[in-house]
Design a protein around this ligand. Structure first.
Ligand code: FE2
Length: 411
């Protein structure tokens, strides 16, 4: 008897379970506010001492981009405290399913140097806010500081980006004093894959909501002169080369360092002109350039070598951070294509922070250190007025390379 009805009962139970699942899913879609911030990331745009920029995406393209900031560390004060409110800009980007989503960018300005703040972003209505997070402005006196360098997170799946999340976790464990991150490009494998961007930001959210992530444009960001989705995710200084896509070249100052970020994917010659005028204008003690494809090296784009390296040499660029090779290398100081005792630039390429590693390339005359350890890596770079200390670790916390650059305090 029981056996006779067993098939019918099981089928009925399965149908009920399916209906329940669909109902729960729909309910979740309904309860998730369409302006709930996703892929939230902080960057520098204006002066790091007095301002801070934020970018997030939303399912909806409607409503406003609102940023609330308050001094101190109490999130409860958003309901009662002295809140600074900034209105940002909303644009839309078509995602790969043929529907548009909101791109929100806002910047807080007029902040006090060396001060801790809490912030949240949203559309200004209840339910539309991000979880409050903290950040700190740069100290008034340009003292020593530490930043992190990573590259080529270049993932597709959530699991891929877990590797990048673990790399950042170890990096901040090793350098808890780090104040921001420079990422040397190839953040995701397919620039149009919004799900991958979501995973990239999601797996790093503990850090990149508070510590600026300053990105470099790689060959997986700008493809066929299009970098729309990449630049939709970052609010960056708008002082770059006129002929490059806005947001793919820029410079900023932090402590005693001038950082200049170039785009190896197009318009190298125009950028050389911009680079020259940018470096002419700085009086900072140190210059660090960040590029994706290495200037010297097996996969180098010769126009980069021809156009930018003479400018690096002329203006005494100290360190060039690179990516793309998915192996570790560090050059001797180089000037005019030759190894020099001092006065040249050191070119450092840290290993991938994601799943992909290349076979080790051939050793070259300029390689001081060159290896493939098939482990995600990061570098922590500490700079004061006279000394730059670079340390590269693998994701297990093993120190893999270190060097020191010195500037004569009497010069
Ligand atoms: Fe690349």
């Amino acid at each position: 008897m029981l056996r006779k009805y067993a098939f019918g009962i099981i089928t009925l139970l399965l149908v009920l379970a399916a209906v329940l699942l669909i109902w729960m899913e729909q309910r979740q879609t309904v309860t998730q506010p369409p302006n709930k911030p996703q892929s939230l990331v902080t960057t520098f745009k204006g002066d790091p001492k007095t301002s801070r920029a934020f970018t997030w995406h939303t399912k909806s393209t409607e409503g406003e981009a609102v940023l609330q900031v308050l001094k101190g560390s109490s999130a409860a004060a958003f309901e009662s405290g002295d809140v600074l409110e900034f209105r940002g800009a909303t644009t839309a980007i078509e995602n790969d399913k043929g529907v548009f989503q909101g791109v929100r960018k806002a910047e807080a300005s007029g902040l006090a140097p060396g001060t801790g703040y809490m912030y949240r972003v949203g559309d200004g209505s209840s339910g539309g806010w991000s979880e409050p997070a903290a950040f700190e402005t740069e100290a008034e006196e340009s003292g020593p500081f530490t930043f992190l360098n990573v590259t080529d997170s270049q993932g597709i799946t959530e699991q891929d980006f877990e590797l990048w999340g673990k790399t950042l976790e170890k990096a901040f464990e090793q350098f808890p004093e780090a104040e921001f991150i420079v990422h040397n490009g190839d953040l995701t494998e397919y620039p149009e894959d919004e799900e991958a961007w979501k995973s990239l930001f999601g797996k790093a959210s503990s850090w990149i909501r508070s510590y600026p992530l300053m990105p470099v444009t790689g060959n997986h960001e700008e493809v066929d002169k299009d970098a729309e989705r990449f630049v939709s995710h970052f609010l960056l200084p708008d002082n770059g080369s006129d002929s490059s896509i806005a947001g793919t070249t820029y410079s900023f100052d932090y402590g005693p360092v001038h950082f200049v970020v170039l785009n190896t994917e197009s318009k190298a010659k125009d950028q050389a002109q911009w680079l020259r005028s940018d470096l002419e204008a700085t009086d900072k003690e140190w210059i660090i350039a960040a590029i994706h494809r290495p200037a010297y090296g097996g996969s180098s784009d010769k126009s980069v070598l021809k156009q930018w390296v003479p400018v690096f040499d002329e203006f005494g660029v100290d360190l060039v951070l690179q990516g793309h090779n998915h192996e570790y290398s560090r050059s001797y100081p180089l000037k005019d294509g030759k190894v020099v005792e001092s006065g040249g630039a050191v070119y450092a390429t840290v290993n991938s922070s994601g799943p992909k590693f290349n076979e080790k390339k051939e050793d070259q005359f300029y390689h001081k250190v060159h290896f493939q350890n098939y482990r995600q890596m990061f570098a922590g770079i500490r700079v004061d007025d006279n000394t730059l200390t670079y340390k590269a670790y693998d994701v297990d916390g093993r120190l893999m390379d270190e060097f020191i650059l010195k500037h004569d305090p009497n010069n």
